[in-house]
Design a protein around this ligand. Structure first.
Ligand code: ZN
Length: 336
């Protein structure tokens, strides 16, 4: 499938997967004689073949590529970059916050392990948390080979690249951006917006090891995109989106609903993030521990910034409680 208008063409590369992501999508954009690769799929033979086939069928070779730009650092969006740049050296553009992750910066990844160790302790996760930290340690060693070799040029909010505006949309990841072609109303959305599943706002530390309020940021980024004029949204997974405002409204609604359900659990007396995760997700708690904890912690942050809950550190573990409504305490609602 090719979307072509006024000398501009988008050639989607869609690699199916049996997982619930349905497909890994990335895109070739041809404009004014330049050919930009937007994201770079997963590192697999199937993905590479699919990419090469899309290039060949449309009369291109790797030597026609002008640049690679990425929406965020996740491995299913940068998978083919090393293969491409080992054949042809081309500029890679990414957000400043992507660099230490793409370059597998050792100090950062050690800091990240310490971050999760402390986080899971403070959230009351016990043995399950320790197990997850051990998995992280192994992943750091295993993923060393995924270090992106190419030099990275950074872009920031408001920059123009390949005729598109760069818009920072942190939340799913701290370095996440979307690319908007204002004239064509095309939005390359990475994992910010996916049609068939809600995107996870993964809990992560920033470069200095400080926890970011990722779900709170994600909500702000969704609201930012609600203002954008886009006719086609090209996502990183699944089908194209033609009604992004409706979809964003639905996602925002779901976040509120989930927060309300968690609030009800807190009212019933459950106080730690770990207990909430277990009560909310049951069997998924074990099989998808890090995702589940991310979701609960994210929604607790969301409730906290809205003054619905407050937390207290008791014996090294955060306990959440419902925050009393100011109006109920007496004089706050009077006119004085
Ligand atoms: Zn992602």
């Amino acid at each position: 499938m090719i979307i072509s208008e006024d000398g501009l063409s988008v050639y989607p590369v869609k690699v199916p997967t049996k997982y619930n992501l349905r497909s890994f999508n990335f895109y070739l954009l041809e404009e004014a004689g330049s050919l930009t690769l937007i994201d770079a799929g997963i590192d697999s033979e199937e993905c590479w073949e699919c990419f090469m086939r899309t290039m060949n069928e449309n009369g291109y070779t790797l030597h026609d590529l002008t640049r690679i730009i990425v929406t965020h650092n996740h491995e299913d969006h940068v998978g083919l970059i090393n293969r491409i740049s080992s054949i042809k050296e081309i500029p890679l553009y990414a957000h400043q916050e992507s660099i230490h992750r793409l370059k597998r910066d050792k100090a950062f990844f050690l800091l990240r392990i310490e971050f999760f160790e402390q986080l899971y302790q403070e959230m009351g996760c016990g043995a399950a948390g320790e197990q997850q930290v051990q998995k992280l340690r192994e992943a750091v060693r295993k993923n060393e080979k995924n270090r992106i070799q190419a030099d990275i040029v950074t872009f920031a909010d408001g920059d123009t690249i390949a005729g598109m505006q760069v818009i920072e949309t942190p939340g799913h990841s701290s370095d996440h951006v979307v690319f908007l072609h204002e004239q064509k109303k095309w939005l390359f959305a990475g994992d910010h917006l996916i049609s068939h599943i809600s995107s996870n706002a993964l809990v992560e530390p920033d470069r200095n090891g400080k926890r970011q309020l990722t779900l709170v940021e994600y909500v702000d980024s969704l609201k930012k995109c609600l203002q954008l004029d886009a006719e086609i949204v090209y996502p990183g997974h699944g089908e194209f989106i033609y009604n992004h405002k409706q979809l964003i409204t639905k996602r925002l609604h779901r976040i509120n609903e989930k927060a309300e359900r968690i609030l009800r659990l807190i009212r019933s007396g459950i106080s730690t993030a770990n207990q909430l995760a277990y009560a909310y997700y049951k069997d998924k708690y074990e099989s998808q521990f890090s995702l589940v904890m991310s979701e609960i912690i994210g929604h607790l942050d969301y409730l906290e910034t809205r003054h619905k809950v407050q937390k207290e550190l008791k014996k090294g573990v955060w306990h959440y409680d419902v925050q009393p409504v100011k109006g109920e305490e007496g004089s706050y609602e009077s006119n004085n």
